[in-house]
Design a protein. Sequence first.
Length: 507
Amino acid sequence: MNAPFSPRISQSRSLVRHGSVLDLVGNTPVVLAEKLSPPGREVWLKLESANPMGSVKDRLALGLIEAAEQDGSLKPGQTVVEATSGNTGIGLALVCARKGYPLVIVMAESFSVERRKILRYLGARVVLTPASLKGTGMIEKARELADEHGWFLPRQFENENNEQVHEATTGMEIVRAFADAPLDAFVSGLGTGGTIAGVGRALKAHMPQARIVACEPDNSPVLASGLPQQYADDGAPAASHPRFRPHPMQGWAPDFIPAVTARAIADGVIDEVLPVSGSEALAWSRRLAREEGVFCGITSGATFAVARQLASEMPEGVRVLAMIPDTGERYLTTPLFGDIEEDMDQVEMEISCSTPGSRFDAAPAAAPAAQPATASPNALSHVDAIIADKAQPIVFFSLEWCEFCWSAQKLLELMGVNFRGVYLDGPDYSDPDWGSDVRVALAQCSGGAPTIPQIFVGGAHLGGATDLFDAFNDGRLTEALERAGIAYAEPELENAYALLPKWLQKR
């Protein structure tokens, strides 16, 4: 008899109960990149994706909000507004949701779409600025909004609490983690500069032999250029830096040197700045995922590339720690996932075809011929009354959890028309006999149509989802709405089939 299986689940992290999700910010793990470290060297990873919203910026968001609460600059219920490439905004959305502050995030339109969706999912408002105005444009817009509406602006790029948060939390966590095995170098990219500034200050005090290494895109050497940044009186950037160029490392290296970063450089916290290319960043992000199982974004790959190269040039036995600031899910619409296909490739198709069942290239088994069914008078009366209700001239017989139905409903919503939704999988039709009876009655009232949804306009049967899309595309839908006296809007939509999920568009 086999011995009982003992799962390899770490017990080292805290298993206590917590009163708030905010209690989970920080205390993130450090893990060795065992397979990808150069021979005889150790490259360790600080996994900030373990924060509640998946990035190092959760620390900053919580720290800036609580510091403002303590000094009275943030009032109860006051709206918070901030300019961000995404991760700080997502962290702020978490904190503001938990603490009850309305939040407006200003973001350049060039940042990934999934960041906008995460922010809105958490209840934040997202105001986009033109990509051509870069990071300085979104900062200027956030300041305008704060001044105009009396909103609280955390000023992450200038706020001294930024580096203090990381010195007290991120930095001291690293000091404790390597107390018995001191680091030889710490490597991080820079967004605001708060992470490397705070960690650098902690390491300078407790582990002074460790080199503090910043990395930046090789095509945008803003720091390495040595050219000064122009600042306004309040420390905000007055203009874009002349050496800035667009690069793929979202969240890194804005088009200016933040005041937080400038302070760290002036104070000698950063020992050197090393370049990294976009192609290296993408390649090492993928290798971390596929060889170490570390799911991370482009900036993480860039940081690891520099840390690994640095370690390989140092003597054997060195320990280098790389900051892994976030998760790969922030990059699904970026070049990082550009070659990741949605459909099966040739190898996957061959695997599918290696067994006979559940294959797209196999003809489906013929279904037995269905016997015609007749609805009861009660079911027919029920459906007829719904269709004939003049107070609700558009009736949408639907399934609440059906993607065809969602897509058809989305079209009606885009056109701004009110409709009655009759959900045949809802509790009103949960009794199997009654639910089946009503579906048979609906099929009879719709000329035998077997599918769901079915739409009626002004008592007349329009059809199912594809019928609705065809009617929109060829103008019959607007004609039917006008005949029924129903007001509607003209959505900016050329082809209604674009509302279908991609996997349904291919069928």
